[in-house]
Design a protein. Structure first.
Length: 147
């Protein structure tokens, strides 16, 4: 029973993280760019303040619960998928956060030409995080069927 609850927590967390990441990559970010750099520069700070806590929680919940299933079952499949999911954390900290920090800086002018460049650099980095979280989610589903 404990393994079932913890594995469902891992699957739910990874799936929700993946779903939100894909939405941002295929809908929200392109729409933000289409609306113009000034809109994107103004939209990013409030969006980030709302999205970051959820993303942090989901990444940690999915990683910790996946690791717990691995410990409880000894399944290397659960270990591998947990490593994929935890990798979204360094991707975020090393590739995405530096751009977020510039966009969130109170001295940053959202109407500057630099804003569009930052937003264009941000998109592919976020897409990579979407792919990695998708791999983790699919692996969690695969492990849950007993493979």
């Amino acid at each position: 029973m404990l393994v079932t609850v913890v594995s469902l927590t891992a699957i739910f967390s990874a799936g929700t993280f993946f779903g939100a990441a894909v939405y941002i990559s295929v809908a929200q970010h392109p729409a933000t760019l289409a609306a113009g750099a000034g809109v994107g520069g103004r939209f990013s700070p409030p969006m980030y303040r709302r999205a970051a806590p959820m993303q942090i929680f989901l990444a940690l919940a999915g990683t910790l619960s996946g690791a717990l299933v691995w410990v409880l079952t000894g399944s290397t499949v659960w270990l591998s998928e947990t490593l994929f999911l935890v990798s979204v954390i360094p991707i975020t900290l090393l590739a995405i956060k530096p751009i977020n920090d510039l966009l969130l800086d109170s001295s940053h002018d959202p109407d500057s030409s630099d804003t569009r460049n930052l937003l264009c650099r941000w998109g592919p980095r976020h897409a990579a995080r979407s792919v990695v979280s998708g791999i983790a989610f699919v692996l969690y589903l695969y492990a849950s069927i007993g493979a």
